[in-house]
Design a protein around this ligand. Sequence first.
Ligand code: FAD
Length: 299
Amino acid sequence: MSSLEFFKNIRGEIRFEEAMAKHTSWGVGGPADYWFMPKDKTDLTEFVVTLPREVPLIWMGLGSNLLIRDGGIRGAVICTHKGLSSIHAKPLNQVEVESGVTCAKVAKFCARAGLLGSEFLAGIPGTVGGALAMNAGAYGRETWDVVKRAEILDRDGHLDVIDRSEVRAEYRNTFIGQEKWFTSAVLEFSQGKPTDVKKKIRSVLSDRSNSQPIGSFNAGSVFKNPADDYAGRLIEAAGLKGLRIGGASVSLKHANFIINDGRASATDIEELILLVKATVLEKFRIELKKEVKIVGVGG
Ligand SMILES: Cc1cc2nc3c(=O)[nH]c(=O)nc-3n(C[C@H](O)[C@H](O)[C@H](O)COP(=O)(O)OP(=O)(O)OC[C@H]3O[C@@H](n4cnc5c(N)ncnc54)[C@H](O)[C@@H]3O)c2cc1C
C-alpha cells in the first residue's frame, strides 16, 4: 500500500515512516508505516473504511501506556489526540467527551462545573480513549465507574453506542471485542462545588508528584498489582530498585516505574521488564502481569 491515492479524501494528517518515539511517554519506538491524526470523527471513519483490510491497525492516544518496539509498527496507527477533541456538558451532571481529550482536561472541565468524581483522572497522563481501553484508575476509582455509555467504531466503519452494562471492565482491562475502538463516551458525575473539586485535584496532583518520578520518560506502573499486594512493594523487596539495562532502570522513587534516561531502546525496557518479572517470580513465587501494552516488531 504505497499510493497516496487510497487517502485522497482524508483531511487529517498522514505521515509515513513516523518515528513512534515522538509519540510515547517512554520516548522509544521505531517507525510506523502509516501514522494518522484525523481532523474529526468523520475523517477518522473515512480513514478506517479506506484502509485496506489487510493492513493491521492500532489506535493510540498519548502513548502513556505503550511500549512500541524498536522495529516499529507494520501497519497503521491512528492517534486520536487533538482530532477527537470535543467536550461538552449535558444535563444530569453528564459530560460528553471524545476519545482524544486528555483525562486532565476532563478533570479541569468538571472542576469548573463543580462535578465531583472526576478528580482521579487529573493525574492520569493519557486520553479518554486510552482510559476507556485500559479502565485507567487511581485512588480507588476506575474509568468505567463514571461511564454511562460509550461510542465504538468498528473496522467496517460502523458506529455503535453501548451502555455501561454491556461492557466488561476489570482492573486495567476492558473487553469490547476485536477491531473496535472508542470514539467518545458520556461520563456521569455528582454535583458538588468547584472549590471542593479543585481542592481534591490539587491534593491528587501533589500526592503524585511526591510518590512518582514525574517529568522522566516512563509509562506509569509497568505491572498490575497482584491480589492483596503491590507490584512496587514486591519489586523493591526483591532489591531491584535502580536495576539497569542500557538506558532503562527501575525507578528509585517508585519501583513499579521503569525510567528511560534518554538513551534507552525499547529492547532495553522490555528486557528489564522480563528480568524484573523473573526475579519477583523466583523470590516470591508471584507472577507479575504487565499493565503496559507492548506492540510492534523487534529492531
Ligand atoms: C506518569 C504516569 C502516571 C500514570 N498513572 C496512571 C494511573 O494512575 N492509573 C492508570 O490507570 N494509568 C496510569 N498511567 C498509564 C496511562 O496514563 C493510562 O493507562 C492511560 O489511560 C493511557 O492513555 P493513553 O491515551 O496514553 O493510551 P495509549 O498509551 O496511547 O494506549 C493504551 C492502550 O489503549 C488503547 N487505546 C488508546 N486509545 C484507544 C481508543 N480510542 N479506543 C480503543 N483503544 C484505545 C491502545 O491501543 C493501547 O492498547 C500512567 C502513566 C504515566 C506515564
